[in-house]
Design a binder for this molecule. Structure first.
Ligand code: NAP
Ligand code: ZN
Length: 351
């Protein structure tokens, strides 16, 4: 059994987002049903809607920065009750049994995690999962996050993807007080990276292609701003960074950024899930530098990030939009013109 639910999605890669009806499963014993109040707009939503990574199955209903209120729970659910403010991020299920799941790394589930959208739906045969551009969702209790009460609900939505995706590498590479940390790209992910690196006590350098964002970068917590197109400025910072978080959403020239790293330092890629331009091996051999990658974060780590945000009062800087504005919002994200995350007010889909 399933319930027809309002959503916004695309029927093909060339389509604009439009209203559509989707099916949500009935609440099972381990499930939580959520009335969605806000959903963030991640660049991954655009990549998937437009099939830029290949493998999109249509229709696509994007959205994996979901905030909402619990409306009902299954009989095995003990930790959530009606009325709770909760979040759902990029995953809605995994096997819970393999070594990766047992190690709290559900995103690397050996049987394949079920992502919030565009994964095979294990409950409704022949359908893929549909994301948060929708009025409600039903999710297994293990994938529901608690949202600290002091956080603004709309501002908290982007924490579910942009937040955890930047928190996880900063935490795993032990970014510490006094480290010189670069964050490349001031968009949804980048602005959270700046906030977190600042809160961890690092010396934060915003590395951007957009001189117009310099003032904002400082307000967000950057101590310095480096314009990546300015070769002279870049050269002054060569060999000085302990860690760089690279959020550029497309393939790009790596050598200028590799040059910024100190001996033994690491640059973690989270953005370019596609071929990179060839780079000079000498750039990493000289200096024993490392290039690594990182994918969102596990559920336990996501809750830790949210609790940190609650303690330090950290939310995303957002532009709250009506769902009818979503296609314009996509165009603005692509032009790197978002301050610094669009969040859909889901009341606009309910009315
Ligand atoms: P976004 O809001 O569009 O921000 C990306 C920023 O990168 C832009 O604002 C721009 O900042 C900079 N940029 C854009 N094109 C560039 C280019 N060609 N060269 C250099 N800089 C460029 O995107 P987002 O939502 O933060 O997502 C960033 C990427 O991470 C996307 O590809 C997304 O799919 C991916 N992602 C990965 C994970 C993961 O788990 N690994 C999770 C979520 C998202 P400036 O104007 O400051 O230069
Ligand atoms: Zn995302």
């Amino acid at each position: 059994m399933a319930t027809s639910t309002k959503a916004y999605g695309v029927k093909s890669e060339k389509d604009n987002l439009k209203p559509m009806d989707i099916q949500r499963r009935d609440v099972g014993d381990d499930d939580v049903k959520i009335d969605i109040t806000y959903c963030g707009v991640c660049h991954s939503d655009i990549h998937t809607a437009r099939n830029e990574w290949g493998g999109s199955t249509y229709p696509v209903v994007p959205g994996h920065e979901i905030i909402g209120h619990v409306t009902s729970v299954g009989k095995n659910v003990k930790n959530f009750k009606e009325g709770d403010v909760v979040g759902v991020g990029c995953m809605v299920d995994s096997c819970q049994e393999c070594a990766q799941c047992k190690n709290n790394l559900e995103q690397f589930c050996e049987k394949g995690a079920t992502f919030t959208y565009n994964s095979e739906d294990k409950h409704i045969k022949g359908q893929q999962t549909f994301g948060g551009y929708s009025t409600s969702v039903v999710v297994n209790q293990e994938f529901i996050l608690n949202i600290p009460k002091n956080l603004d609900e709309a501002g908290a939505a982007p924490l579910l993807c942009a937040g955890i995706t930047t928190w996880s590498p900063l935490s795993n590479w032990n970014v510490n007080k006094g480290d010189k940390v670069g964050v490349i790209g001031l968009g949804g992910l980048g602005h959270m990276g700046v906030k977190f690196a600042n809160a961890l006590g690092a010396h934060v350098v915003m590395i951007t292609t957009s001189p117009s964002k310099a003032e904002d970068a400082k307000k967000l917590g950057a101590h310095e701003v480096l314009i990546s197109k300015n070769e002279e400025e870049m050269a002054k910072h060569n060999g000085t960074f302990d860690f760089i978080l690279n959020t550029i959403p497309v393939g790009h020239k790596m050598d200028p950024y590799i040059g910024l790293l100190k001996v033994d330092a690491t640059m973690v890629l989270v953005g370019a899930i596609e071929p990179l331009e060839p780079f000079n091996g000498g750039g990493i051999i000289m200096g024993r530098k490392r290039i690594a990658g990182s994918l969102i974060g596990g559920i336990k780590e996501t809750q830790e990030m949210l609790d940190f945000c609650g303690k330090h009062n950290i939310v995303s800087d957002i532009e709250l939009i009506d769902i009818k504005y979503i296609n314009d919002a996509y165009e603005r994200v692509i032009k790197a013109d978002v301050k610094y995350r669009f969040v859909i007010d889901m009341a606009s889909l309910k009315n």
